[in-house]
Design a protein around this ligand. Structure first.
Ligand code: SF4
Length: 481
């Protein structure tokens, strides 16, 4: 699928700017974040106080001018085992660093809190790593810290959703999500999470066939997924999402169809379906190079993608992003914040954040990424902030490129007037090039122009989803470097 969807697995959405996703451009490539970055890896060997901190971006971003930041990402780096395909910053948990991590995280959360002052948080997402590996008593500390320093009123108001027969009656204004792995998610943990305001879990099922879980080096048994989901439901956690991976070496279309139908049978209202990507320097990529595994044929991979959309659509889960499907109203509000260029704070090693430079997203924002090395993270930086490994100041051209990169991957599409107005201001010649490129893509059957709420939208056609990244690249080329 050379020109088709190429997206990352798990965590924050891949192939888009500003999240913590692997393969993400920009501050996703900071030191200490790659595979094999153990607790002391990367910049971990340097004293954190010698590095710039997130405060450089946050304090320098004109705090008085921009609105309060309403979203927060927290990265927990612990995993029970390092999976071969994973290039997130995580390392094998030995339990001894968890308490120190939580102490440091709470200090960081306290420092960051002033940037959300005056407004209740709209979204929190705790990813990793494996957040469900954190000991329950330490989770209590994290949740108490959030409650002490942030306004969780909106999150609590929407915790249970506003649901009738599985469909939310109105768009959830707020959500608090925690990623969980089936083998480490306990009823006690879900009770504590629910007590702290969590209303959504994202469960890493990945596959329901033991042989594919084994290839992915995932530790749980397939039946654990249903047990964990039921424990979350019993604890009162209203929204439960599953992650699946397709194009696992050796996987057939029929086997993938079983995974999708099994996920549906568990009553999930949100599914993330990512194709396995061979990230540089991961164990899985090395296995591929050595001929120990064989990548799924591109044609089969495309059929898997198309099958997913068809079956889920029939079941009432609409594709709202190229790899994400939800019953209307159950979309991930937090991930949409990334894709729509909103602001978010970031805490934890390797976490990356985005804050605007002014009153709106116009003109682009500061992007920054905490160091991934645990030693540097634990050492901390000035004023409670964390040392950062990367900081990109606002760049209006980059912001424009990001908008035309993420828009085609979303069902809502590209806001044509908004993008063209920015293009005229930032790089006038590219406005005409963008219109010409869109026209060409319409001619190729990959894009349609729609009018929604009185605004023009460029949207990929139903048959164009597989080529969403190609469409994005074509529009980005029209913007130029
Ligand atoms: S459990 Fe998830 S975060 Fe941890 S190593 Fe495996 S894929 Fe990566």
């Amino acid at each position: 699928m050379s020109e088709s969807v190429h997206i990352s697995i798990k965590g924050q959405p891949g192939g888009q700017p500003g999240g913590q996703p692997r393969g993400q451009p920009g501050p996703g490539s900071g030191p200490g974040s790659g595979p094999g970055s153990g607790p002391g890896g990367g910049l971990g060997s340097l004293p954190g106080s010698h590095l710039a901190t997130a405060g450089v971006a946050l304090e320098g971003a004109g705090r008085g001018e921009r609105p309060a930041v309403r979203s927060l990402y927290i990265h927990t780096p612990f995993c029970a085992h390092k999976c071969d395909y994973c290039d997130f910053y995580s390392f094998v948990d030995t339990q001894d660093l968890q308490a120190a991590f939580v102490r440091r995280l709470c200090a960081e959360l306290e420092a960051l809190a002033k940037h959300s002052a005056g407004a209740p948080l709209r979204t929190i997402f705790v990813g990793g790593g494996t957040p469900s590996l954190l000991r329950v008593e330490l989770w209590r500390d994290v949740l108490a810290c959030l409650s002490d320093h942030y306004d969780l009123g909106l999150i609590r108001k929407w915790q249970g959703g506003d649901e009738q027969e599985g469909v939310l009656r109105s768009w959830p204004e707020a959500e608090f999500t925690v990623e969980c792995n089936p083998e480490s998610a306990s009823a006690e943990l879900f009770d504590v999470l629910h007590g702290g305001g969590v209303g959504r879990v994202s469960m890493g099922a990945q596959s329901f066939l033991p042989k594919h879980l084994s290839t992915l080096q995932r530790l749980h048994r397939p039946e654990r997924v249903a047990v964990a989901l039921e424990a979350a439901r019993a604890a009162g956690i209203a929204r439960r999402s599953l992650d699946l991976i397709y194009a696992v070496p050796g996987q057939t279309l029929e086997e993938w169809a079983v995974d999708v139908s099994t996920a549906l049978s568990l009553g999930t209202t949100h599914l993330s379906c990512y194709n396995l990507t061979y990230e540089p320097s991961t164990g899985m990529t090395n296995r591929l190079k050595r001929g120990e595994v064989t990548a799924v044929d591109e044609e089969v991979e495309s059929l898997m993608f198309e099958h997913t959309g068809l079956v889920l659509e029939r079941a009432g889960l609409k594709r709202y992003e190229v790899s994400n499907y939800a019953v209307p109203g159950h979309e991930s509000r937090h991930n949409l914040a990334y894709w729509l260029g909103e602001q978010w704070l970031a805490a934890g090693p390797s976490a990356s954040g985005h804050v605007w430079a002014g009153a709106s997203a116009h003109g682009g924002g500061h992007r920054f990424k905490n160091v991934g090395g645990m030693s540097a993270y634990l050492a901390g930086g000035a004023d409670g902030y964390s040392p950062i490994g990367d900081h990109e100041p606002p760049d209006p051209v980059r912001a424009l490129r990001e908008r035309v990169m993420t828009g085609p991957r979303l069902a809502v599409g590209v806001d044509v007037e908004g993008v063209l107005a920015d293009a005229v201001l930032v790089r006038p010649a590219c406005a005409a090039r963008l219109e010409a490129a869109a026209l060409e893509l319409v001619g190729d059957g990959l894009l349609v122009e729609a009018v929604d709420g009185g605004r023009r939208r460029w949207r990929v056609t139903p048959g164009g989803w597989l080529m969403a990244d190609f469409v994005a690249k074509r529009l980005m080329k029209a913007v130029g470097e």
